[in-house]
Design a protein around this ligand. Structure first.
Ligand code: PXG
Length: 464
């Protein structure tokens, strides 16, 4: 086999450094220390090329909802490859996996989100949204409605369009983005930004920034508001309860579309099929990817309402699409994944059993001296590390110093946890058991203890 399964780790790392440019990575730094090589995975556990076992607290990149190593998905891919490995959905053709998956998504999606435009992931689905929404308004005779309102610190992907929709300053500093006509409001990050306000008052204030922004730009120019029901890559920022009802009210009262980016929150992550259900949101368009196939094959989609899809359908040809839109192998894998999520009641178990269990354990982390807040929505959670809980202070050493130290200790303890600045975040496979949750919490606590000792030893427990 041409795949390098049995090469020593150091050789794999050298080859990787020689030829592989990694996403979101300082590649020269990585070449110096060597990438961690993951070779196999089962359930919630990863194995690296040295035989170390790691509990995957991130479900890969927030996607492996049903856990690793499911034969049924491998069989679905195998059978589909033999039957019809590829065909496109352009030029008046379709195929059974595309038809079945579009119908299934329409059944599962809330409200009247019944029309599916397939992509290969979340970024290109959000690019589809930009073109779809602007085209929609043009067809409605309002071509001047082109502006998207998003949020600072939002993540909507890495393509030019999606990274423009996102509100990540570091991304905007590279490559000439954002594109024109994208505006940003504040994020509902109460712990870091709420000051002396109550979470509820702060949530309302942040939601009303949308109304102020619409007034500033002019309603006749605004096309849509896009947001993640719970910000993921931004640090698992769970909004105050007051936030989404107010956003929904504002979207209802103004002529703008609401796009829920459910790439992370979709397919059970928050304890319902979609975050829109958990947060009582009625989107006009939903972006999906990741958990749609549990990451076993690349696929994503924009799911549009009857109104939006109807206007597009009647409006002539929509000059947009991807070679791999509704790829038959990905679609077959996604269908099998959705069957397993339902038949094994995986989302119901998150809602009724393992979610509440994790929530109860996660809350205890707030007692750790280093932890300022511990928040959770279903199976996505975060803690904020701080040198001073009372004042909710940031570290004087600058954002990310403590987080990086903690992340490295997590690895040493056998736990994959990500850091976003000084927030530590998890989004484990939804199939994680109570015993595995205990293990996750134990390992996280050990890493927090070691982080605290290191920060104290190095004089880094200073507030900014
Ligand atoms: N929207 C949201 C809300 C996402 O989280 C995308 C769109 C883009 O999807 P694709 O499939 O094009 O990557 C995402 C992806 C991280 C991390 O480190 C998060 C994502 C991707 C990679 C890394 O948190 N989210």
């Amino acid at each position: 086999m041409p795949i390098l399964h049995n090469m020593p780790t150091s050789d794999l790392q050298a080859l990787d450094a020689a030829h592989h440019l990694h996403p979101f990575t300082h590649n020269a730094d990585l070449a110096g220390k060597g990438a961690r090589v993951i070779t196999r995975a089962r359930g919630v556990m990863l194995t690296d090329s040295d035989g170390n076992e790691l509990l995957d607290g991130m479900a890969g990149l927030w996607c492996c909802n049903i856990g690793y190593g499911r034969d049924e998905l491998a069989r679905a891919a195998h059978e589909q490859m033999l039957e019809l490995p590829y065909y496109n959905t352009f030029f008046q053709t379709t195929h059974p996996p595309a038809i079945a998956l579009a119908r299934r998504i329409a059944e599962l999606a809330p409200g009247d989100l019944k029309h599916v435009f397939f992509s290969t992931g979340g970024s290109d689905a959000n690019d589809t949204n930009i073109r779809l929404v602007r085209h929609y308004w043009a067809l409605k005779g309002k071509p001047e409605k082109t502006v998207f309102i998003s949020r600072h610190n939002a993540y909507h992907g890495s393509t030019v369009g999606a990274a423009s929709l996102g509100g990540m300053a570091a991304m905007h500093a590279q490559g000439g983005i954002p594109i024109p006509d994208i505006e940003y409001i504040g994020q509902p990050a109460w712990w870091a930004e709420g000051g002396g306000m109550s979470p509820e008052a702060f949530g309302l204030m942040r939601a009303r920034e949308l109304e102020a922004k619409i007034a500033e730009i002019g309603e006749g120019r605004v096309a849509a508001f896009i947001a993640e029901p719970v910000q993921g890559a931004g640090g698992v920022i769970v909004p105050p309860e007051s936030y989404w009802p107010e956003i929904q009210r504002i979207c209802d009262e103004h002529e703008i579309l609401l796009i829920a980016d459910e790439v992370i929150t979709g397919f059970g992550r928050t304890g319902n099929w979609f975050g829109a259900q958990t947060w009582n949101i009625r989107p006009d368009i939903m972006t999906i990817a990741k958990g749609l196939s549990s990451g076993y094959a690349p696929i994503g989609a924009s799911v549009a309402s009857e109104e939006v899809a109807g206007v597009i359908a009647e409006g002539g040809e929509f000059f947009h699409g991807y070679t791999y839109s509704a790829h038959p192998v990905s679609a077959a894998v996604a269908l099998e994944n959705l069957r397993i999520l339902e038949d094994e009641r995986i989302i119901a178990r998150v809602a009724e059993d393992t979610g509440p269990y994790l929530a109860q354990k996660w809350a205890t982390l707030a007692e750790h001296p280093l932890v300022g807040e511990a928040v959770i929505s279903g199976m996505m959670a975060s803690v904020a590390l701080t040198p001073d809980k009372a004042s909710r202070a940031a570290f004087a050493a600058g954002p990310g110093t403590a987080g990086l130290i903690c992340r490295d200790f997590c690895f040493e303890e056998g736990l994959v946890m990500r850091h976003v600045g000084d927030r530590m975040i998890i989004a484990p496979p939804l199939v994680i058991s109570r015993a595995e949750i205990d293990m996750l919490i134990e390992r996280a606590l050990a890493a927090f203890d070691r982080t605290e000792s290191r920060l104290r030893a190095e004089g880094l427990m200073e507030a900014a």
